[in-house]
Design a protein around this ligand. Structure first.
Ligand code: SAH
Length: 278
């Protein structure tokens, strides 16, 4: 069955090179898809982001090269054009390249810039989806993203736009928040702004909001509160990120998911990290 679903099996001509743009999920290696796992096993080189957990890199074969192409401490360590050039260069030299991204490659991941570069150079590629941070955080915190009574849709958004001086359309977001869930990616550094704008545009102090830090890792922490107290709570809890922010009535309908799952996954992550470093 695995052979049938693996996209690279049809790629017999190794000379041509190939790029798999792979979603690594939100942290824990056990959340990888089988397809992603197989692409990683077969890769000659893996170009990975800062959000990719070490437990996933620990799954690579000894001969697989790795190259960090992410950013650290909020600063881009590698320009997007340089990452595109690297992917193209390695593929044209005949390698099976995995471009490994945190979460899902279709969500806030600059995948289009990369596929455009590959197409420009006639490099064949595929995209392998991953579990996005919102889904991972929802499952591991127990906060649903929709609810038949309180939230019929969900918006994945960000307050960190390409133009740093721009802001989202707050009026529209607040208008839609009545029966929707708002999920902010890359929002931790802007939590104050998000809270203030949501209030300015009409949401009550009591509006529910949650911050999930390091979802699906051993360091996960979940803070639930309201627009009134969430900033104070996240400062007190020294939230470091990556963190995802969920706003809406769903926060009040948190399910009592067993901590054992998270702990078990965390242990797994820790063990594989240790073996990678050994
Ligand atoms: N493509 C990714 C998102 C990249 S944007 C995805 O689909 O998940 C980076 C943002 O994702 C972070 O700033 C944070 O908001 C969120 N994120 C990624 N991993 C996370 C994690 N383990 N826990 C909480 N938020 C996470």
């Amino acid at each position: 069955m695995i052979r049938l679903i693996h996209s690279l099996d049809s790629k017999n001509n190794r000379d041509a090179g190939f790029v798999s743009i792979v979603g690594a999920g939100p942290g824990d290696a056990e959340l990888l898809t089988i397809k992603a796992f197989k692409a990683l096993q077969e890769a000659d080189i893996v170009l990975f982001d800062w959000l990719v957990d070490k437990s996933i890199l620990a799954l690579l074969g000894e001969k697989t090269e790795t190259e960090f192409v992410g950013k650290r401490c909020g600063k881009h360590s590698m320009h997007q054009d340089v990452i595109c050039d690297l992917m193209v260069k390695h593929a044209l030299s005949g390698k099976r390249v995995v471009r490994l991204k945190g979460g899902d490659p279709a969500i806030f991941a600059r995948t289009v810039e990369e596929t455009q570069a590959l197409e420009k150079h006639n490099v064949e590629y595929c995209i392998i989806p991953g579990i996005t941070a919102a889904s991972g955080a929802s499952a591991s915190s127990g906060i649903p993203l929709t609810h038949r009574d309180y939230s019929q849709s969900v918006i994945f958004t960000t307050a960190s736009l390409k133009n740093v001086d721009s802001e989202p359309n707050w009026k529209e977001l607040v208008h839609k928040s009545a029966k929707q869930t708002l999920v902010f990616y890359m929002g931790l550094g802007k939590l104050n702004l998000i809270v203030n704008r949501l209030k300015e545009y009409g949401l009550e102090d009591s509006f529910p909001i949650a911050v999930i830090d390091n979802a699906c890792t051993i360091n996960q922490s979940v803070m639930t509160g309201t627009l009134h107290d969430i900033v104070r709570k996240s400062i007190c809890n020294q939230i470091q990120g990556p963190a995802i922010i969920i706003c809406g009535e769903v926060v009040q309908h948190r399910q009592n998911v067993s901590a054992i799952t998270t702990q078990a996954l965390g242990k797994y992550a820790l063990n594989t990290t240790e073996s990678a470093l050994a």
